[in-house]
Design a binder for this molecule. Structure first.
Ligand code: ATP
Ligand code: MG
Length: 428
């Protein structure tokens, strides 16, 4: 096998030498481009690093070189009079001290940028730590979607189980959930996180990172690519772990707008992480990425092809609606005069989110009617409210019909059809 790292390291050294020469010769813009290139080479080295420590070191170098490049472009260099023609062979002796000044300026620039990069690193690391979430959603709280739940559990089990000696089982690394709004995509990811967290043995617990790609773009714009590298770096450290990329289509939205460097960098960083280059040949590391979107057709082939599993999370069918309605009514202790089958029909076309709203409307109407004095109780003090027991009655047909009138399904049958057509187009 060719040792890619040796070549990369040589290229990096040459690039840095050239960058310094150009800087000394006063060619700031070209020097900046070299530093940018050096940064990319260092990142590649990071991806090929044999262990996490050298990966981290190369990533830090990459950040530092990028920072130097940026500063050069911003004109944050030592004053112009220090600029010498040191790089030119014909430079006469008198130029040397000046060139030296510029040279030490270059080193100082790198040092200063280094400390800035270090501070940034820490801020970035804590931003990533803030993405770790814990949820209490259990599989039982998700109605229907039995097949999907099984698939996720299977993928997790396969990836966490031990392979027999000498056998390498290929594992699911990237999964994508797509489907109309409110069908349980985020809920499924939360249940996955909870299932992993609840493991009794500490060493098998997994960490769950919850990232909204849309907010990655708005909140960390410009830094979003770095945040993603740091995120996956930490996720590898915390292996086994799950990275949940919600509202994933935000990544594609950039194609319509003016394409910016930051967005391109984010996209290529995510693609590289989805490829899992940094994990190649390392069976001890497992990072599962789950992306969720309701606009899968906005994503291009380069992105889509990186998901081993693309799972349609559809609007709930009759059986799933029965399961979800059960979660919201019978399982919560509400009695109803309307048989479940009728409610299932009444809510045709509803998403899980709409079913939840439906249940809330129904229950609120009954509670408000049975407890008209509830609001006034507050005026009598908290004690009075605490001592009050809510009155309830059986839910009536009128309660359900009233709620059904107020909730119109957000996703039309034609729109649902669009998801199914897309699913078919993927499997040919
Ligand atoms: N299958 C389900 N079982 C029970 N509740 C559900 C189900 N699907 C959705 N819900 C309810 O709807 C809410 C919204 O679901 P969720 O956030 O998972 O939707 P989503 O598919 O991620 O939607 P979006 O595409 O808009 O992000 C949940 O908090 C839950 O209360
Ligand atoms: Mg969601």
């Amino acid at each position: 096998m060719v040792d890619l790292s040796t070549d990369l390291r040589r290229a990096l050294v040459q690039t840095l030498e050239r960058a310094r020469k150009r800087y000394l010769a006063g060619e700031d813009a070209r020097a900046a481009a070299d530093y940018e290139l050096a940064s990319r080479l260092a990142l590649k080295l990071a991806h090929n690093a044999p262990d996490r420590r050298s990966e981290y070191k190369h990533k830090k170098d990459a950040l530092r070189f990028r920072e130097v490049g940026k500063r050069l472009l911003a004109g944050e260099a030592p004053p112009v009079h220090e600029r010498g023609r040191g790089a030119e062979p014909a430079a006469d002796r008198q130029d040397q001290p000046a060139a030296g000044g510029r040279a030490s300026g270059a080193a100082g620039l790198e040092r200063r940028a280094g400390s800035v990069a270090r501070e940034d690193d820490e801020a970035l690391a804590s931003a990533v730590a803030g993405l770790i979430t814990a949820s209490s959603v259990t599989w039982d709280e998700i109605g229907g979607l039995e097949e999907v739940k099984r698939e996720i559990k299977y993928a997790l089990a396969l990836s966490l189980a031990q392979a027999p000696e000498g056998v390498r089982v290929s594992r699911f690394r990237n999964m994508m959930f797509y489907g109309p709004p409110g069908t349980g995509k985020t809920l499924l990811a939360a249940a996955t996180s909870n299932a992993l967290r609840r493991s009794a043995r500490h060493e098998t617990r997994a960490v769950f990172y919850n990232v909204k790609v849309s907010s990655l773009m708005s909140k960390y714009f410009g830094e979003s690519a770095r945040l993603v590298s740091e995120l996956y770096g930490q996720a590898r450290d915390a292996s086994p772990s799950v990275v949940f990329l919600d509202e994933f289509d935000a990544l594609a939205g950039s194609r319509d707008r003016e394409d910016s460097g930051a967005e391109r960098r984010l996209l290529s960083t995510i693609l590289a992480e989805l490829d899992g280059l940094a994990e190649k040949g390392r069976d001890d590391i497992y990072v599962l990425t789950i992306a969720a979107t309701n606009r899968p057709w906005d994503l291009d082939e380069a992105v889509l092809s990186r998901f081993d599993k693309k799972v349609l999370i559809p609007l709930p069918d009759a059986a799933s609606r029965a399961a979800i309605l059960n979660i919201h009514f019978a399982a919560k202790g509400f009695a109803s005069e309307v048989p479940l089958e009728e409610l299932v029909e009444m809510t045709a076309g509803y998403s899980g989110r709409e079913l939840e709203r439906f249940a809330k409307e129904v229950q609120n109407r009954m509670i408000a009617e049975m407890n008209p004095e509830l609001a006034e109780l507050v005026d009598r003090g908290l004690e009075a409210v605490r001592g009050y027991r809510l009155r309830v009655r059986q839910l009536t047909r009128a309660d359900f019909e009233h709620a059904a009138q107020r909730i119109t399904p957000q996703t039309s049958p034609e729109e649902m059809e669009q998801f199914i057509r897309w699913q078919e187009s993927m499997s040919v």
